[in-house]
Design a binder for this molecule. Structure first.
Ligand code: SAM
Ligand code: SF4
Length: 389
């Protein structure tokens, strides 16, 4: 999946060229036998194909069953607004995309979606949307959190995914009832980060890192993730991304394939991307490798996988993921939360989504942990250690 560049960097390339151009000598078997996985081992695992890939998956399934079990936990996803102050070059709802019809669900619609998740025993929701930095926005989320907690008898677990905010804001939201936060680093490599974001103070990798640190300090179950198959991205970058996740000791990860969107600046590079099916395969390799590297964290099967393969998320569950985020946003608004092309299920309502999910998880040899929060075991251990120290 990669080739040697004259600079010594390997860019992602189609599968058929892999054997010819693979200059890494380590085999997956050798990598898996190592006590500590470093960059070289991870590169071998991420770029595995054929029998080596089967070996990687078998090992990841064993690790998953041993450390987190077969349960898959649901997080009802509420994509409540596509209004965003940022201009990430890859994202369909970026501020400068004038073709998007902007929406912002009413409080009642959000509460209704949360109630749907509660009544259907999902046990947790994720509230996700564009990034807004204002007191009115902070206050609105704070009040919604309190209301959702009250209406669900404190039973519904709440994850937020609302981008970079001040530590005070994160604290207010935590006190109001949120206990998990997802903030993808997108890529841990500064050069690549700068290529996929505008070069300005609101798109700053260091600031994002500071946010992740603040979330951990505040006691959130902290999640991050990256996009896989970005233009300019190398296998080395992806191995470094996994080592980054290990180094910052995250509790949860949600990573998925990059999918181009015609109304974004990165679309310019569409002909230089790895074919979509290979981005999909690479994502599964990344998930399996991460499961082996960070055995007891929660790993979400990204919705973007399903945009490529109708049972993409279930394939991810089989080889390492243990969280799925079924969309509970009212169907009417889903088309407008279009981050990338072919976003799945955008014309279905939550009931239709639920029925297809039940069947799909069984296909992936998983059991749905209905009614359970399914908190990250890694987080629970980390918390225990902190309390004992
Ligand atoms: N605004 C918040 C943030 O950026 O953290 C949350 C919403 S944002 C839409 C959620 C995630 O969508 C991002 O972290 C990014 O990784 C992903 N995303 C955006 N555009 C994408 C694309 N073209 N392909 C795949 N994932 C994409
Ligand atoms: Fe906004 Fe998030 Fe999209 Fe960036 S990825 S433009 S912050 S919604």
């Amino acid at each position: 999946m990669y080739r040697e560049y004259t600079s010594g960097q390997s860019v992602l390339l189609p599968e058929e060229q892999k054997t010819k151009l693979n200059t890494y000598s380590m085999h997956v078997k050798e990598a898996l036998a190592k006590e500590k996985l470093g960059k070289e081992e991870l590169i071998a695992m991420i770029s595995a194909g054929g029998e080596e890939r089967e070996l990687l998956f078998r090992h990841a399934i064993e690790v998953k069953n041993k450390y987190v079990g077969k349960k898959v936990y649901f997080r009802g996803l509420i994509e409540f607004s596509n209004i965003c102050s940022k201009d990430c070059y890859y994202c369909g709802i970026r501020k400068s995309n004038t073709k998007v019809k902007r929406f912002n669900l009413s409080d009642d619609q959000i509460l209704e979606a949360a109630n749907y998740a509660y009544e259907n025993n999902y046990a947790s929701i994720v509230i996700q949307g564009g990034e807004i930095d204002s007191e009115a926005f902070t206050r609105r989320i704070e009040l919604l959190l309190r209301e959702i907690k009250e209406r669900s008898n404190e039973e519904l677990g709440i994850t937020l995914s609302l981008g970079e905010q001040s530590k005070e804001t994160y604290q207010r939201w935590k006190e109001a009832g949120a206990h998990r936060y997802l903030l993808r680093i997108e890529t841990s490599k500064p050069e690549l980060y700068h290529k996929i974001h505008p070069l300005d103070s609101s798109h700053d990798l260091d600031a994002r890192n500071r946010c992740l640190l603040a979330l951990k300090e505040l006691g959130y179950q902290t999640g991050t993730g990256v996009m896989i198959g970005l233009p300019f991205q190398t296998v080395e970058d992806l191995a470094d991304d996994l080592l980054y996740m290990q180094e910052i000791d995250v509790d949860m990860v949600g990573m998925g394939p990059y999918i181009e969107h015609a109304d974004t600046p990165l679309y310019h590079y569409k002909n230089e991307l790895l074919p979509i099916r290979e981005r999909f395969d690479l994502t599964l390799n990344m998930i399996a490798s991460l499961r082996i590297l960070m055995k007891d964290i929660n790993i979400a099967a990204a919705t973007a996988l399903q945009a490529i393969d109708p049972v993409g998320r279930e394939k991810a569950v089989r080889i390492g993921a243990n969280v799925i985020m079924p969309n509970v946003t009212p169907g009417l608004y889903r088309n407008d939360y279009s981050l990338y092309e072919n976003k799945p299920c955008t014309d279905e309502d939550p009931d239709q989504c639920k029925n297809c999910m039940d069947v799909r998880i069984q296909l992936a040899d998983g059991e749905i942990g209905y009614g359970e929060w399914g908190d990250s075991k890694h987080f629970l251990k980390r918390k225990q250690l902190l309390e004992n120290s």
